[in-house]
Design a protein around this ligand. Structure first.
Ligand SMILES: C[S@@+](CC[C@H](N)C(=O)[O-])C[C@H]1O[C@@H](n2cnc3c(N)ncnc32)[C@H](O)[C@@H]1O
Length: 434
C-alpha cells in the first residue's frame, strides 16, 4: 500500500459520498493501479486503506461533485486488469472472481482437444469448466475475456482449419501470453496457417476492438461477465456481432435476487463475483429485450458460501452458476409449432442431441416443439440435423405472459442435485451439496 499518498490526504466530514476501490495487495505497485490511484487522489478528501481476506482496498470519501467525475466502470476495469496481470497461475487465484465449475460432461472431441493445449496456457487458465457448444467445425467463434487463451485453443481445434477463433481481453499481459502460443497450436493441429487471433479490448466495445457487426457464428465466455460493470452493454455487443442464426453460449454466476448497490461497492463481494452477479431473472429480461431468443439453460450448480463473513454479508441472497445458450433468430421467425426429427448427425451426439437441460432429441423420434424451438432448429447451424415439418398450428404460448421458472439456475441445480466445487481459495466455495 503506498502509505505516503494515504497519509497526506486530509479527513473529510462523514456526510461525503463514499467510494470503495479494491485492489489486491500484491498489485498495488503495478503501474495501472498507480494510475487509477493518481486519478482518484486529486478528487478525494480522504483515503482509507483497508485489508482483509488478502484483498486491499481503498475507501475514499469524495464530494458529490467529484463523484460525478469518477468513472467507476474505468476503475473497476483497472483493478480487474491489475488483478489478472499479477496472477502467475490459476493456483495463485486469491478470490473466486472466476466462477464455479458448471458444465455438462465434456464431449470426446473437447476432451481430446484439451489434451493438445500448451501447459503454459493451461497454467494461467482462470475460468472453470469449458464452454464449447456442439458442432463448431468451420465456425467463426469469439471468446469474451479470453485470458491466457485456453478455451480459444480448444475451440481452434474444434472449428478446424477453415474456422476462425478470436479471443478478446482487456489485460495486455494475458493477451501477450496467449499470442505466444499461436504458432505452437497451429503446427500442433497441422494447419497451414493460424486460425486463432487475440485482440486487446473491452467486451463492452467490440467494434472499437475491430470486431465487425454480424461477423460471428458463435460467441462464448467463461466466467467473465460477472466481472463487468455494464452487463447489458456486453450482451448487446454480443448480439450485434453475431450473424443471424448465431449463438451466444456462456457460463457465469447468478444471484437469487437483485444484488443491492452496497454489494457492488464491497471489494470482497465484488472480487468473489457476488457483488457483480446478475439476478437470473433480470438476465433473462435483458436478453429478451436485446432481441435474443429466450435463453436456454444448459447446466447449473448452486454455490455454497462457506466463509462465515461472506455468508453474513450475503444474507438471504443465494448464488448459482449457470450455462445458458441463446440464439439471434431472423426477425418474425417465431410463428408456429413444428414436428421435428433428429437425424443423429451432430458430432458426438449420434444417439441423442441435448440442446439444453429440458430439451433432448432422440435420433429418429419425431417430437412436437413450440414455435421458438422450431425457429431455433430451422434457422441455426443445427438446421441440417433435423427434419422439420411446420404444423401451421399457432403456438398458444405466444402472446401470453411467459413463465421463466424453468430457466432458474437454482431450480435446475436442485433438480440435478449438483453443487460443484468452486475455484475459490477463500471459502465462497466448497464441495458439499446444499
Ligand atoms: C476469470 S478470468 C477468465 C479468463 C478466461 N476466460 C479463462 O477461462 O481463463 C476473467 C478475464 O476477463 C477479462 N475481462 C474482465 N472484464 C473484461 C472486459 N470488460 N473486457 C475484456 N476483458 C475483460 C480479464 O482480463 C480476465 O482475463
Amino acid at each position: 500500500m503506498p502509505s505516503t499518498s494515504v497519509a497526506s490526504v486530509p479527513k473529510s466530514p462523514p456526510t461525503k459520498k463514499r467510494l470503495t476501490i479494491y485492489m489486491l495487495e500484491s498489485v498495488l505497485v503495478d503501474d495501472q493501479v498507480q494510475m487509477a490511484y493518481d486519478y482518484m487522489l486529486p478528487l478525494v478528501e480522504e483515503i482509507q486503506p483497508t485489508q482483509a481476506n488478502k484483498i486491499s482496498w481503498i475507501t475514499a470519501s469524495v464530494s458529490a461533485e467529484s463523484a460525478r467525475d469518477i468513472n467507476m466502470a474505468d476503475l473497476i476495469h483497472e483493478s480487474v486488469k491489475s488483478y489478472y496481470s499479477s496472477l502467475e497461475s490459476s493456483a495463485a487465484l486469491q478470490t473466486s472472481a472466476a466462477c464455479p465449475v458448471v458444465s455438462r460432461p465434456l464431449s470426446p472431441s473437447v476432451q481430446q482437444a484439451l489434451t493438445h493445449v500448451h501447459p503454459e496456457v493451461c497454467k494461467r487458465f482462470f475460468g472453470c469448466g469449458l464452454v464449447a457448444p456442439e458442432k463448431l467445425r468451420g465456425c467463426s467463434v469469439l471468446d469474451l475475456g479470453s485470458g491466457s487463451g485456453r478455451d480459444c485453443y480448444v475451440l481452434s481445434k474444434l472449428v478446424g482449419e477453415d474456422g476462425r477463433v478470436t479471443g478478446i481481453d482487456m489485460t495486455e499481459d494475458l493477451i501477450q501470453a496467449s499470442r505466444k502460443y499461436i504458432r505452437y497450436h497451429q503446427e500442433h493441429f497441422g494447419y497451414a496457417k493460424p486460425n486463432t487471433e487475440f485482440v486487446r479490448g473491452y467486451m463492452e466495445k467490440l467494434s472499437d476492438a475491430g470486431i465487425q457487426d454480424g461477423a460471428m457464428d458463435v460467441v462464448v465466455s467463461n466466467c467473465v461477465i460477472c466481472l463487468c460493470p455494464d452487463k447489458r452493454a456486453v450482451l448487446s455487443e454480443a448480439y450485434k456481432i453475431l450473424k443471424v442464426g448465431g449463438e451466444l453460449y456462456f457460463s457465469d454466476m447468478y444471484a437469487s435476487e437483485v444484488v443491492p448497490e452496497s454489494f457492488r461497492l464491497d471489494p470482497v463481494l465484488w472480487g468473489e463475483g457476488m457483488g457483480g452477479a446478475l439476478y437470473w431473472h433480470d438476465f433473462i429480461s435483458i436478453m429478451k429485450d436485446l432481441g435474443f431468443s429466450t435463453p436456454r439453460l444448459v447446466a447449473a450448480s448452486r454455490i455454497d458460501v462457506h466463509n462465515p463473513e461472506l455468508r453474513e454479508k450475503a444474507g438471504d441472497i443465494k448464488y448459482a452458476s449457470g450455462t445458458y445458450r441463446a440464439f439471434k433468430l431472423p426477425k418474425h421467425s417465431i410463428q408456429t409449432t413444428a414436428l421435428v426429427t433428429y437425424k443423429g448427425t451432430v458430432p458426438d451426439c449420434a444417439e441423442c442431441f441435448e440442446l439444453d437441460a429440458s430439451n433432448s432429441f432422440k435420433v429418429n423420434v419425431p417430437v412436437e416443439v413450440d414455435a421458438e424451438m422450431a425457429a431455433i432448429l430451422q434457422y441455426t447451424r443445427f438446421s441440417p440435423d433435423f427434419i422439420i415439418q411446420m404444423t401451421d398450428k399457432p403456438d398458444p404460448s405466444l402472446g401470453s405472459a411467459q413463465q421463466y421458472c424453468h430457466l432458474s439456475p437454482f431450480i435446475l441445480a436442485d433438480r440435478l442435485g449438483s453443487c460443484m466445487k468452486q475455484c475459490s481459495k477463500t471459502g465462497v466455495a466448497a464441495g458439499s451439496c446444499g
